[in-house]
Design a protein around this ligand. Structure first.
Ligand SMILES: [Zn+2]
Length: 376
């Protein structure tokens, strides 16, 4: 699966996507509340088909305006609600919650119906009420998007998105998978994630620093936050300031993602096998706070997985209960006295000097190649 993202430019009818999202949010809110009321009344849970039947009734009686919405996208939303409740009943997830209107950001067309694509133009098939004939009639609404690259494969679904900056995006998903194997190098690497000295420490002794994009933009963030707090909430100026702030956050996120892609590609070029630790993100957040989100190890690992698949590299993740920090990489002595603040230490058993992170990286690579160690 691969998703391509295209920006939909501002045009006279862009607002209709926004209205569409707001109307779809009403469907979302209505069915969540309906399920909750049924639960309170002691009625059995209504599954996707029951919700679908109820929707047909609503369209005929109290909610005729929902006929204007694309039926494929409504059905997809009902499926999402059903899945959320299904997970809840199987104790796989928490109680499904109702999204706030501005948090409802996307609608999905699961198949080839309801839209058509030609070059850089997508045409949505919406409906509108014709007062003369007193009937609902099809209304084809075209949107042009910035097609900066061609997608590969047949389209399996499309999603329309609204972001916090007030921009709209078209996401095209295809079953295509990138596969561009790189020549083998015969090299393996162990990599240790870190907070203090370096973002990534390799067993070769190399330390890769994170540019810390959030920190770089902190002054500007404060400035925009201050400007926002001076505006009257809900006013035009307030919205403008809010979008400016959202744009800066998006810029930071893009910078970070770009750097992650480059780092992952670089590792794939140099090594056949890449070994890392499984991350305990919740634990890290408790320990380090905001810095974790700025470093976003989780995103980097996902990108690394994708790149390894694309370039035919092997990624091994050592289970989080494997000891990698405390054992000496020369003699295997477990240094139980090691604390978080010890960046360098000397092994009391064999006397070798260690850099904490490099030692861990060596242990990670060794554990990844050891068949007796739990791999994930
Ligand atoms: Zn030792």
């Amino acid at each position: 699966m691969k998703t391509y993202k295209y920006k939909i430019g501002n045009q006279s009818n862009t607002i209709r996507i926004g209205n569409l999202l707001d109307d779809m949010w009403q469907v979302h809110e209505y069915f969540h509340k309906w399920q909750r009321q049924r639960y309170k009344d002691g009625l059995p849970y209504a599954d996707y088909h029951a919700m679908s039947a109820h929707l047909t009734d609503l369209k005929k009686t109290t909610h005729p305006h929902w006929r204007a919405l694309p039926s494929q996208a409504i059905q997809e939303e009902l499926k999402r609600i059903h899945l959320a409740y299904d997970r809840f009943f199987k104790r796989l997830g928490g109680r499904p919650h109702i999204k706030k209107r501005h948090k409802f950001k996307s609608i999905t067309y699961p198949g080839p119906a309801g839209w058509s694509l030609k070059n850089n133009r997508i045409t949505l098939t919406l409906r509108k009420w014709n007062p003369k004939t007193r009937k609902w009639q099809y209304d084809k609404v075209p949107y042009t998007f910035h097609k900066h690259r061609q997608w590969h494969g047949t389209i399996s679904r499309i999603t329309l998105k609204r972001d916090a900056c007030g921009n709209y995006w078209l996401c095209i998903t295809t079953p295509y998978t990138d596969f561009k194997p790189l020549p083998t190098t015969g090299e393996s690497v162990g990599a240790d994630f870190g907070m203090k000295d370096a973002y990534l420490t390799l067993n070769t002794g190399e330390k890769i620093q994170s540019p810390q994009f959030l920190k770089q933009s902190l002054t500007e963030l404060r400035k925009l936050n201050k400007a926002l707090s001076r505006k009257v909430k809900g006013s035009n100026n307030w919205w403008r300031a809010l979008h400016q702030l959202a744009r800066l956050y998006r810029h930071i996120a893009n910078q970070r993602k770009d750097w992650h892609y480059k780092l992952a590609t670089d590792l794939c070029r140099r090594f056949d096998l890449i070994a890392t630790e499984t991350l305990n993100l919740a634990g890290m957040k408790r320990l380090w706070g905001r810095k974790v989100s700025d470093l976003s190890f989780g995103q980097f690992v996902e990108i690394l997985k994708y790149k390894c698949q694309k370039h035919k590299r092997e990624l091994r993740q050592v289970g989080q209960w494997t000891a990698t920090t405390k054992p000496c990489s020369d003699c295997g002595f477990h240094n139980e006295n090691l604390t978080l603040s010890d960046r360098r230490w000397t092994c009391p058993e064999c006397g070798s000097h260690h850099d904490r992170d490099i030692n861990a990286a060596i242990n990670i690579l060794r554990a990844a190649c050891d068949p007796s160690v739990e791999q994930q």
